[in-house]
Design a protein around this ligand. Structure first.
Ligand SMILES: *Cc1c(COP(=O)(O)O)cnc(C)c1O
Length: 360
């Protein structure tokens, strides 16, 4: 078997032991004579899987009973619509943009504002290398919510401190959920596609404060309506059962690793190794303000982009995969989610040094 170090931004690497367990359980899950994929989501057996996954996510993140935890489909991108449809409620929605994903989120909200659901206010716009200083933010009074993206996956820009605003905070945690401890009580709503730092594509986690469940627009489709999904245990229609099960296995794995606190220490170390290698060389560079450099997605450039192709060819030979940067920013990007080990990052750093020695 040949599993490479996979630095893909998403769908991304999963822990090998989790995949091995899924493999063992695939054909005959828990002696039931069928795969977990092949049973009804309404069966007692499946409901136990679903409930255990939720309970473990609540444990990992310290989610109180004041919050609903939903296991939905449609990806984070569908939430760009679901959020205004559920929460705008005739008010003004504040959006901070710091990169590609928060820009997409505000675009979608503007569509609903144009249809009369409310107003959208751009609080401030970053350029993809930094976060506008709080002194420049134009917050509205009594905003329906404040939306931001704590980790911009494409630009590698992260906001580590939760913004201090009065409105309920809505945050796109797709690429940083479970990477570091967060105080869920600071948020109105947290959402994340599973395929970056949790598991397979097809599942979207929404953690929403229960007092926000009562303000959906009449235009909100039933399956996108948080209250309806909450009242139906995220099973208003058929959920992504296998993705939910696999995510549950990842939650169990994470608890075995010591939880979010322990993995956060490792994540900080991994990121430091890479940024030190980049900063310690004239051959590699990263142009994000060091205070906002992502610990999950590390974009970097080679001094001579004529060498990009060779760099990618050679690191593939070295067992390092998917380091090509997003086309919007170019260069390289190493996504170092929870499932990436410090040894894999060390191998990447060693490769970078060796490549520089030969071509720098
Ligand atoms: C990947 C990503 C998305 C889009 O997720 P989908 O599940 O493909 O819709 C949105 N926001 C962020 C921050 C992402 O990293």
């Amino acid at each position: 078997m040949n599993r490479f170090a996979n630095f893909c931004a998403g769908p991304a690497a999963m822990p090998t032991v989790v995949l091995e367990r899924a493999q063992r359980e695939l054909l005959d899950w828990q002696g039931k004579g069928s795969s977990v994929m092949e049973i009804s989501h309404r069966s007692a057996d499946y409901i136990e899987v679903a409930e255990r996954a939720e309970a473990n996510l609540r444990k990992l993140m310290g989610i109180s009973d004041d919050y609903a935890v939903l296991f939905l489909q449609g990806g984070a991108a569908l939430q760009f619509s679901a959020i205004p449809l559920n929460l705008m409620n005739g008010g003004t929605a504040d959006y901070l943009t710091t990169g590609a994903w928060s820009q997409k989120a505000i675009k979608e909200a503007e569509r609903y504002a144009a249809l009369g659901l409310g107003k959208v206010n751009l609080v401030a716009a970053g350029d993809g290398t930094d976060v506008p200083d709080v002194s420049e933010w134009q917050l509205s009074d009594n905003a329906a919510y404040f939306h931001y993206c704590p980790n911009e996956t494409i630009h590698g820009v992260q906001i580590f401190d939760t913004p201090k605003v009065n409105a309920p905070i809505v945050a796109d945690f797709s690429s940083c959920i479970l990477s570091e401890p967060v105080n869920v009580n600071d948020f109105g709503l947290i959402y994340a596609g599973a395929q970056k730092n949790i598991g397979p594509a097809g599942l979207t986690i929404v953690i929403v404060r229960k007092d926000l469940l009562d303000r959906a627009s009449a235009f909100c489709p039933n399956v996108m309506n948080y209250k309806n999904q909450f009242d139906n245990d995220s099973m208003l229609n058929t959920p992504a059962t296998f993705a939910w099960y696999l995510s549950g296995l990842v939650f169990e794995w994470l608890l075995e690793q010591g939880g979010v606190e322990a993995i956060a220490v490792q994540n900080r170390k991994k990121a430091a190794m890479l940024y030190e290698a980049i900063d310690g060389s004239d051959f590699y560079s990263n142009n994000v303000n060091p205070k906002h450099r992502s610990i999950m997605n590390v974009p970097f450039r080679l001094a001579d982009d004529g060498l990009d192709k060779l760099f990618l060819e050679e690191n593939k030979k070295a067992g390092l995969l998917n380091l090509k940067g997003h086309r919007v920013v170019g260069g390289m990007r190493a996504s170092i989610y929870n499932a990436i080990t410090p040894e894999q990052v060390a191998a990447l750093v060693a490769f970078m040094k060796e490549f520089e020695a030969r071509h720098g």
